[in-house]
Design a protein around this ligand. Sequence first.
Ligand code: 0A1
Ligand code: ZN
Length: 867
Amino acid sequence: MDSPNAIATPHPILRSDYRPPAWLVPAVHLEVELDPAATRVRARLSVEPQGGTPGAPLRLDGAPGMVPERIAVDGRPLGAEEWRIEGEQLVIPLDQGAHIVDTEVVIAPEGNTQLMGLYASGGLLCTQCEAEGFRRITFFPDRPDVLSRYTVRMVADRARYPVLLANGDQTGTGDMTDGRHWAEWHDPFPKPCYLFAMVAGDLKANRDRFVTASGRSVELGIWVREADLPRTAHAMAALKASMAWDERVYGREYDLSIFNIVAVADFNFGAMENKGLNIFNSRYILADPETATDADYDAVAGVVAHEYFHNWSGNRVTCRDWFQLSLKEGFTVFRDQEFSADQGSRAVKRIEDVRVLRAAQFPEDAGPLAHPIRPDSYLEISNFYTATIYNKGAEVIRMLHTMLGAEGFRRGSDRYFDENDGTAATCEDFLRAMETANGVDLGGFRRWYGQAGTPRVRALLSHDAASGTARLSLAQIVPPTPGQPDKLPMPIPLRLALFGAESGRTLVPERVHILSEAEDSILFPAIGERPVLSINRGFSAPVVIESDRSAEDLAFLSAHDDDPFARFEAMQQLMVDTLVALIEGRPADEAAVIEAVRTTLADEALDAAFVGEAVLLPTEAFLGDQLAQVDPVAIRRAREGLRQRLGRTLEAQWRAAYAATAANGFALTPVAKGRRRLRTVALGYIAASGAADAAALALAQFEAADNMTDRYGALGVLGSMVAPERERALEGFYERYRADALVLDKWFTVQALSTREDTAEQVARLARHPDFTLANPNRLRALVGAFAANQHAFHAADGSGYRFVADMILAADPINAQTAARLVPPLGRWRRFEPMRAALMRAELERIVATPGLSRDVFEQASKSLG
Ligand code: 0A1
Ligand code: ZN
C-alpha cells in the first residue's frame, strides 16, 4: 500500500522558526506528459538567491520515495555526487547567483488515493496542491512565500483527455502524431505552488461571460461530465453574482480573461481556489431541484463565492507561512458569509453561521485540539483546516468590521490589498492596514489571534426603581486551553439594548460596548421601568453569554426583540435552560417554552424561514456542551420528551403550519425556501407528537415531492421512526438515486443520523454495503462522520460506537490520511463524559496511536486528543 503519509519522526513545525527562503523561484516551466500509471514531469526552475543565508544549498521538497530521474543545472546534467536526498528534500549545492535547475520525475496518479498532488478521479486527472501537494508532483520549495510565474505544457492522449486545463491563459494547443495532443497555459500572476492546478479529462463546459466594472470581458467555464451540465446553472449564477458583489462591496475586479471551475467526485475538502482554475468537490457545484436540497443550493452558492473571493483574499495577497492560514480563510469566510447574507435573509444566514460555529468550533476550542486562529505549532498542516481557523477566524474579522464600521473596514481592506498585492503577507500586515487606515490602535485585539478558548462573558443587569437607573455588570473569563494556562482579557464588542418589561418599549437603543477589561460596568440613567437585557445581538462576538435572565424575560425577548437574531437567541436560551433543568432533574418551565413557540408560530410578521429556525430545539450535542458532564441518555430522553409535548400541545398549530406551507410548483425564492423549511419542521413535530397518521403523512410528502428538500425532509423524519413507511421510503430513495453518488450520500447520512435505537447496528451494516467505500471522502463522511455526530448512537454505553469509528479511521488512514484524521476529534471529547465512556474512548485513541505505520495526520490528532 502506498502510504506517503506514514510518519518517520514527527517533529513539530514552529511559527517562531520562520525564516525567509534562501532561494526564490521567479519562473517555473513544467512539461507534464500525463498518464494515469506513469506521468512524466519535467520542471525547469529559474532560481535566484535571496539575501540572508548566503551559501545555503537549494532545498526542494519532494515526496517519500520520489527520485529524480535527471537533474541539470544551467543545462549541465549533475552527477550523483552533486546532489543528495535528505529526508524528503532534494538538496543541490549551488553557487550564488541565478541558475536554471531542471528535474525530471515520474509519478503515478492512479495509485494516489490520498488525493493530494496529481490524482485520478472518475476518469479525470486533476491536482490538489494546498497545503503541501505540489511536492508530490515535482521537486519544489513547497512553501507559500515562494511566488513564481508558471508556464505549463500538458501532453495527453486526445481521446481520453480531450480537455486540458491549467491556471491563467491558454497560450497554445496542438496535436502530436501519436494520438496525443498538448496545451500550453501561462499564468502571468506570481503565485505560490499551492495555487497551481491542472486538469485533464473528458469534460464539457457550461460557458458564460462576465464583463468587469472596468469593461474587461471574462470567459467563464464550469467543467463537468456531460450528463451533469444541466446541474451547473446555479453555480454559474452564483459565480457571476460573486464577481459583481466583490466589485461593489470591496472594489475588487477579476484579473484574468478566463475563470474556470472543474467539479470532481473525489475531493478531500470543499473546493480549492487555484488561480483561474478552481477545483471543486462536485457536491458544491451540482444542483437541481431533483437532487439538491435548499441547503445544498445555498452551500453551492456559498462555496462558489468563497473560492472566487480567494482570488483577492488568498491569491493576489497570499500567506507568508501556514501559521497565517486564517489571514486568507477567516477573511474569506467572512466575505462569503456577507455575500450570502446579501443574497437572502440576513437573519437566517446569521443563525445558520452561529449554529455551525457552536456545533463545530466551540467544542474544538474547549477540547484537547484547541488552538488559536494563528497557531504556534503543528505536526501536519492539513489538520489545521479547522473550524477555528475558518469560522472563528471569520468571527474575528467580523468583530473588526463591527468596531470599525463598514466604511472604516473598507478603508482598511483597501489599504491591505494595496500594500500587500503580489506578496505573501501575515495576519499582522492585515491588522496594521486596518490600524493605519483608521488611525486606531488594535493592540489588545491582537490577543484574539494568539489566545485559544471561547471567552465566557457574565452579564448581570440590575435595576434600581427608586433612582431610575440600571447597571449592567460585565465580566469576562478566557478559559485555559492546552499550552495556554493563563489568559489575558480580550476586547469583546457587545451589541446591546434594553427593553421595558412592561411597556415593551426600547429603553436603550442598540449600541456597541467594547468590554476590554476583565470586569466592567455600564450605568444607564432614566430607566423608569424594569429593563430586559438584549446582549450580543447579531452575535457580535464569538463568546458564551452567561446571564440570569428569567424564562419570562427570555420569552419576552423571543417575542419582542427588534433584532431577529436576538429573538432566536432568546428562544434558544429559554429552551436550553428548560432542557438542562429537565436533564438535571430540576424544576423546569416547560410551559414557557411551549407558549414561546406558540407565539412565534402565530406571529404573522415573521417569515417562515425564521420561524422554522426559531422553533427547533437545540441539538443533543449542543445540550451536552452546556453540561458539566455529558449524559447522552438523559439528554435524549429530556429532549425527545419536550419535543413530544411540543408536538402534542401545539398539534393543531403544527398541522396548520404544515397545511399553510404546502407548495404548488417549485421555486427557489427565499419565500418558497422558507416555507419548505417550516413545512418539514412542522412535519417533524407532528411525528414527535406520536400522531397515528404521522408516518403516512411523511410518506405522502416523500412520494408527492417535486424537489429534494421536501423529499429528503420527509425521509429525515421517517428515518427516525419505527414504521413500515420508513423502509418503503428508504428503499424507494435508494432505487431512485443509486446511480447518483451525491444523493446516495444522503441515503447513508439519514440512516446514520437516525434517533432509532438500532442505529449503530444499521450503520455497521451500511459500512458493509456494496455502495460504501473508504476511498471517496464524501461517502466516508456521509456515513462515519454523520454517525460520530449522532451523540446518542456514537456514545452507546458499551463503546461499540467508538470501536466502529476507530476501526473506520484505521481502515481509511492508509488510503486517505487527511479524511481519516478528520474523524478523530469526536473521540477526543472523552474528558466531557463519565468515567466509563471516557475510558472506552481513550482506549480507542490509544489503540489508534499504537498502530504501526500511522499517518502523521491521524497520529497528531489522536495523540493530542489523549494528552
Ligand atoms: N483553501 C481551500 C480549502 C482546501 C484546503 C486543503 C485542501 O486539500 C485537500 C483542499 C481545499 C478553501 O478554503 O476552500
Ligand atoms: Zn478558503
